[in-house]
Design a protein around this ligand. Sequence first.
Ligand SMILES: C[S@@+](CC[C@H](N)C(=O)[O-])C[C@H]1O[C@@H](n2cnc3c(N)ncnc32)[C@H](O)[C@@H]1O
Length: 283
Amino acid sequence: MERERSVKYVMPVKAEDDGFLSLEDYYGFYGDLSYEIDGEHSDRELTKVEMELIGTYLSGVETAVHLCCGAGRHVAAFGRLGILSIGVDLSPALVAVGNSILRRERLRPSTLLVVGNVLRLPIASGCVDCVTIVGNSFSLLAADVGERVFREMARILRTKGIVILDIPLADHIVASLRHSRRETCRRVPTRSLGEVEIVWARELDQQSRSIRSVETYLFWDNSGYRQVKKVQFVFHLYRAEEIRVMAAAAGFELVGMVEHKDVSGRYLGMLSRRLFLIMRAKG
Ligand SMILES: C[S@@+](CC[C@H](N)C(=O)[O-])C[C@H]1O[C@@H](n2cnc3c(N)ncnc32)[C@H](O)[C@@H]1O
């Protein structure tokens, strides 16, 4: 009898020695879950407020690249303004969801999401008017990686092109952490994994000025086994001045700052108070 030929693909349980999935594994393998549980991916209202804040800096922008674009809400928002807009994200699932939204909205072919890494952008040098890295994406990068990302942004931007980057307002986050319970738990019905129990604990590290958020996802898999996945996010609490210095080293000058305060009440954590920095590539 002929042997059945098949390969069973096993999701990583322990991607790293400490038992945590890496950020790449979380977004890479669980992008569908991220889309369902991380509210910002599909939050049109939040995107609208952000676009109003940064709108004045977009005059003359005809081409834009959005780093760490997730499901591409800014790709779509820029596309609706008639800007040729490309998003880059490491998550195939988020890129797929985003592209189907762009298709549904008939924003293709002038908008597109591609899978890629922000350290090696699949974009030619000197051809972009505007680069965004928003939704707290930059705070996920350690300083040495952030510096490399600035150099990569400088490479693809044309002279006088702009970068739009946001950071969480550190003082507000630190204060809210002091007063909130450190561990939170909720149950979320999802299409991708059924009911998922999510437990997360946030811890402030004063010395490294970072917040360590350990998130645990518990769900039943298709074979009836209880699965437990743990992800660790480290949010670096950069000060505006640190970003300005990093940017200056890559040839940018700071031309504007605008504060975002969430009034919807949907965001109590990292997205509740942010600062948008606008930087211009020097000629
Ligand atoms: C907090 S989410 C923000 C998503 C989106 N900017 C928004 O506001 O909806 C961070 C995103 O960064 C992506 N990401 C993290 N590191 C990356 C890297 N090195 N290259 C490309 N994408 C990355 C993740 O896949 C994730 O979609």
